[in-house]
Ligand binder design. Structure first.
Ligand SMILES: [Zn+2]
Ligand SMILES: [Zn+2]
Length: 298
């Protein structure tokens, strides 16, 4: 598997001199499978740059973590959507405020965009899945896991030819057992499937991340910042590192950089969280901030 970051930023695009190294585009990751199939994860503004690189019609799976802006806003500007013969299977979590298809279509309402989604030549198929469900995409086995975030959100675990890539962003730790219990009660009241409830328990989360050759994990905040952002649906560098260690991941890419963080800030926070382990292999783990344009072969 080859993994390439086209957008690493969270919340909103952040262009400018201070974000040149790690990038200003919002979430988008390209995966090329062993057999050359294309899987795209999230369609933040980074997907526009990916689209510029692709030529001719595209046949791909687009896995959507959730429908917050920073994960779908690039979709109307994705070049292959306007090429006849392009085909996208768009996959995302069931149980959000509106259907996946509606969330995509509504951001192309004529008030916001000159073409509706139906007017684009691309052939689109939308599929909503339950948490914990597995499926096959481009010959790769993909397993979903519910993230702890304000709306229905998936992480995706991809297994291809013995290699494991885990994408886990917009995820907050369940710091408080009471909060976890309340969340489980709420989902029960909503009549959600039992697998989804089980998926919330932290040990299930670690198991789902287990033995990742590359774990891309939410790390929006420093430990200090996180104290002021409990409930916002994001992790600290420290938590990402804890998950990676417990899951025995081989590489950890800190992801979903806060728009207020410059390249320098990110490096300082990584240094604080990881210390001398940054960019170096230590106890089997390499940890680094995900950078736009960076490519990793697994
Ligand atoms: Zn986000
Ligand atoms: Zn979000």
């Amino acid at each position: 598997m080859r993994v390439k970051f086209w957008g690493t930023r969270g919340t909103r695009p952040t262009p400018g001199r201070n974000t040149l190294r790690y990038g200003g585009n919002t979430a988008c990751v390209e995966v090329r499978t062993q057999t050359g199939e294309l899987i795209i994860i999230d369609s933040g503004s980074g997907i526009c740059e990916l689209g510029n690189e692709l030529s001719g019609p595209v046949n791909a799976h687009l896995l959507i973590s959730h429908t917050h802006w920073d994960h779908i806003q690039g979709f109307p500007f994705f070049g292959p959507n306007f090429v006849r013969g392009s085909r996208l299977t768009v996959i995302g979590p069931k149980g959000s405020m509106k259907s996946l298809q509606s969330a995509f279509a509504d951001q192309m309402d004529p008030v916001y965009f000159p073409l509706t989604m139906d007017q684009m030549p691309v052939e689109l198929e939308f599929r909503e899945l339950n948490a914990g469900e597995s499926f096959e995409a481009g010959g790769v086995t993909v397993t979903t896991h519910t993230m702890h975030h304000p709306i229905a959100t998936f992480g995706y675990r991809l297994e291809d030819d013995g290699k494991v890539f885990v994408f886990a962003t917009d995820q907050e730790p369940y710091a408080d057992p009471e909060e976890l219990t309340e969340k489980v009660a709420q989902l029960k009241r909503e009549g959600r499937p039992p697998e989804e409830l089980e998926a919330l328990w932290p040990n299930r989360y670690i198991d789902w991340c287990r033995d990742a050759d590359l774990l891309v994990h939410d790390a929006q905040y420093s430990a200090e910042e996180y104290r002021h952002h409990v409930g916002w649906g994001h992790s600290s560098f420290e938590y990402a590192l804890l998950v990676a260690r417990q899951a025995a991941a081989r590489q950890l890419a800190f992801f979903h950089h806060d728009p207020m963080h410059s390249d320098h800030d990110i490096e300082a926070m990584v240094e604080e969280a990881v210390g001398s382990e940054a960019h170096r292999k230590h106890r089997g783990l390499i940890a680094f901030p995900a950078a736009e344009g960076q490519e990793i072969v697994l």
